[in-house]
Design a protein around this ligand. Sequence first.
Ligand code: MRU
Length: 351
Amino acid sequence: MTNSYRPIIWKNNKLLLLDQRLLPHSETFVEVSDLKGCALAITDMVVRGAPCIGFTAIFGMALWVKNQTQLTLEQCRLACDEMISARPTAVNLSYEVNRCFEFMKTLLLSDHSKEKIFQALVDFGNEQILQSHAKNLSMAKIGVEELIKNLGDRKWNLMTHCNTGFLACGSLGTALGVISHAHSLGKVEHVYADETRPYLQGTRLTAFELSKENIPYSIVVEGAASFLLSHGKVDAIFVGADRIAANGDTANKVGTSTLSIVAKHYKVPFYVVAPISSFDLSIPSGEHIEIEMRPMNEITELKGIKLAPTGAQSINPSFDVTDHQFITGIICEKGLIDPSKVGELVRVVNS
Ligand code: MRU
């Protein structure tokens, strides 16, 4: 998949976001012209997926600069913090916004105009989206090489959880990028896409991406993992990440941890694929990751239709943390990391 399908477009000094809440049946763009609009689009999941949240936030900071009459460093920090608070789990958000802050600081301290800072941030945002293709492609190549090495040069049955294609990660995608690249080489027999309860990213978004690329797939409920893996239907599993701690513990969409445990039980290789912007070396392990709790009605209702009895309670953690011991390998743009080797992740990220 190339850059032809873009969920984030900067045009005429406005940000256009493909409204992912309406996919797959309506491809509608919403226009955003200020920081609050960007933050809300992230909170409400108009745009979602760790890398795309980060890209959107960069443009949000650019729009904020554009809308100021004058700039101080203190205001810049407050605006950055407001943007970072839009969603807590994906580290890409704070990673990109803090990079924006460093930009703003350097340019402000050297007396650059507001217009210059605005343009620098816009260029930075566009550059990150462009670079995502090359990074995702190198991860995809590493993933395919690993499969050839371990499973042989044949067609594979692959499984994925949540959404990690171009809608979430820029061109190609991360975990889905490996699958997409393998398909382009004629190496995919079938893909099993988890439906991803309760928000249905797999059913709505991953299936949309797989269809666009004519990759053969079936949507499965998360509870089917044990059935599929015990019957030898899946050769390998690829998932993305929202935050990876220094020891390799990985926060990803809720259900990922369960899948990893089932995979280990049935000896199915389980890979995490994520760019370095999803790594958080400031935390030693996954217990330090804040897990976003989303509204109860995402579980008890579907598009406004009540599924549960009136007044039913639900608990909706949007992510969980997969223990590094259940991960076969973590693939980033710098290479393949074996999470069982202590210190390996930090070494590769800093290399
Ligand atoms: O809540 P979302 O839709 O923003 O979830 C993020 C994800 O798509 C997944 O957790 C994904 O596997 C990692 S981000 C590419």
